[in-house]
Design a protein around this ligand. Structure first.
Ligand code: ARG
Length: 468
């Protein structure tokens, strides 16, 4: 259909009846999407097969034409899978490439396939099918990461580490508890994807260019054949809606933010001043000049890929914001951001799962740091409230004075003598030393959702069961 320079021959353009000349080279270059939408070939063929079957069932296509179309599309599928399909820029996009090729294979019947549809409803359908599959694939990867986190949380349910606020030592927590915090975040990500999928799952096919069609089509049949819950209800909205892509990108953006936070924590935990965890050779790189280095590059790149994903969301929101209904060619710019964000999140999820499985906690180091920075000061204050019935605000003040005493001597509050503590509050007894250890501190946090190792072990088991 094209000459050997890949220039369209006027009479073979889809709209050739109306046009006297082919496009300028730059027109073809800016207009063509085949360079990226070739990725939608499987969805395009599935959509065409469902459309042809419906047309035949409705008596709009003859059974002979329908079988020729089905066989031709199957042959094209096989050609593409075998890497033997002649994609052509002159034929603009995946829809025209496949349709023209079908004509070359089966002749006139191919020219009847485009009855009662337009590339506008066709592309919306193809892209929805693609995003739906992307949601399902992302869900599977998300689940694998949640399983890895829950397994490590069960293993480290009793491992005490420093808990931070403002990145300052706050109170001891368990490493398992910290890991399960990410499982909670990712569970919300699962929910957002599931919500997006449910809203996406209406079929635009049959909306035609924008107004519907005069042919007696059965949109419920094509919707069902393609696994949609129902057809879309308004033809204008059908061809102009890209909310499904935006919702997917929004969900990925929040997810990427979560992965980025975990990645930053992994980077901090691995750094020499912290050394709370280590990653093996499999998840680090070396330095060409500093032989001692072991760099957490996968975590850094996971963090950085967040930028691409936010960029994809911002880019597509910007494409859509000024579009009058219905379809406009602007919308062709919807695909690349989604493809790019999908490959970024997929790599990030896989790398994060790898790191979570690979990491090894330095438990003595975690315990040592958990006990530094007067991390059990709240436990002392709580004891004053519980045993001496002191109002919490007063207990906070007394504890502050005891912390100052320890700080002046460069020791922890647990290393002060009873007499020193009693110089601040005479009613303190030696029972206090029982609450000042990090183990006693975490064990006491039994409130629902708290960090007590027994709670954490139970939560980890619950998640493992839910994710099994
Ligand atoms: N390649 C186009 C896209 O990606 C397909 C729809 C073209 N429709 C049209 N009326 N030119 O959006």
């Amino acid at each position: 259909m094209t000459d050997k320079n890949d220039t369209p021959v006027k009479g073979q353009l889809q709209w050739g009846g109306r046009f006297a000349q082919g496009p300028a080279a730059v027109m073809q270059a800016i207009n063509a999407s085949i360079g990226f939408d070739a990725k939608l070939w499987a969805q395009d063929i599935a959509g065409s097969k469902a459309h042809a079957a419906m047309l035949a069932k409705q008596g709009i296509l003859t059974p002979e034409d329908e079988s020729a179309i089905q066989a031709g599309l199957d042959a094209i599928k096989a050609d593409i899978e075998a890497g033997q399909f002649p994609f052509s820029e002159a034929l603009e996009d995946i829809h025209t490439n496949i349709e023209v090729r079908l004509g070359e294979r089966i002749g006139e019947a191919a020219r009847r396939l485009h009855t009662a549809r337009s590339r506008n409803d066709q592309v919306a359908t193809d892209f929805k099918l693609f995003v739906r599959q992307a949601i399902d694939d992302t869900q599977a990867q998300l689940k694998a990461l949640m399983q890895a986190l829950s397994a490590r949380a069960a293993e480290y349910a009793h491992t005490v580490m420093p808990g931070f606020t403002h990145l300052q030592t706050a109170q001891p927590v368990t490493f398992g508890h910290h890991l399960l915090a990410y499982v909670e975040m990712l569970a919300r990500d699962q929910g957002r994807l599931a919500d997006a999928r449910a809203r996406l799952n209406e079929c635009p096919l049959g909306a035609a260019a924008l107004a519907g069609t005069s042919f007696p089509i059965d949109r419920f049949a094509t919707a069902e054949a393609l696994g949609f819950a129902r057809p879309t209800a308004n033809s204008l909205d059908s061809v102009s809606d890209r909310d499904f892509a935006l919702e997917f990108l929004s969900a990925l953006s929040i997810m990427a933010m979560h992965l980025s936070r975990l990645a930053e924590e992994i980077i901090i935990w691995c750094s020499a001043p912290y050394k709370l965890i280590s990653l093996s050779d499999a998840f680090t790189t070396g330095s060409s000049i500093m032989p001692q280095k072991r760099n957490p590059d996968a975590a850094e790149l996971t963090k950085a890929k967040t930028g691409r994903i936010y960029g994809a969301l911002t880019g597509l929101l910007t494409v859509m914001k000024g579009l009058p209904m219905a379809y406009a060619k602007d919308m062709q710019e919807d695909k690349e951001p989604v493809f790019d964000a999908l490959s970024a999140i997929s790599l990030s999820l896989a790398a994060t799962t790898g790191m979570v499985t690979d990491l090894k906690a330095d438990e003595p180091r975690m315990a040592a740091l958990a006990g530094s920075g007067f991390s059990t000061a709240t436990d002392l204050a709580d004891w004053l409230v519980r045993v001496l019935k002191m109002p919490f605000r007063d207990a906070h003040h007394v504890t502050g004075r005891i912390v100052r005493l320890a700080e002046a001597q460069g020791i922890d509050i647990s290393e002060l003598s009873l007499a020193e503590m009693q110089s601040v509050e005479p009613r303190i007894t030696d029972e206090i030393f029982g609450v000042l250890t990090i183990q006693a501190s975490v064990a006491s946090r039994t409130s629902y959702g708290g960090t007590a190792p027994a709670n954490v072990a139970q939560q980890a088991a619950l998640w493992q069961e839910r994710l099994a």
